[in-house]
Design a protein around this ligand. Sequence first.
Ligand SMILES: [Zn+2]
Ligand SMILES: [Zn+2]
Length: 98
Amino acid sequence: MGIDYYSCERCGEGFPDVIDYVYCECGNVWCCVECALEDGFKYGIEIDEDGEKVDSFDGATCKYCRKEDFNDSELLEYSLVLLKTTREQLVTKLKNSK
Ligand SMILES: [Zn+2]
Ligand SMILES: [Zn+2]
């Protein structure tokens, strides 16, 4: 089994999948709880053997899968539609404006 590397959705920090990272059912991952909470991460609830409610990654949500916010690539795609342009055209415009 090899080690996979993820990058934190919030701070962009790369980290190996062997640390205690935080993940959401939608596939987003964060390097630490602080970063996850910044992105509106909420634990799911699980009932343990003692009938106690405990935090669980099962059923976890973040602001992205609750559609309260969108990541930059989604925002970019939508702005391109609004601007009736393409990424390539924007790149050309930005180049010319430098
Ligand atoms: Zn992070
Ligand atoms: Zn999510």
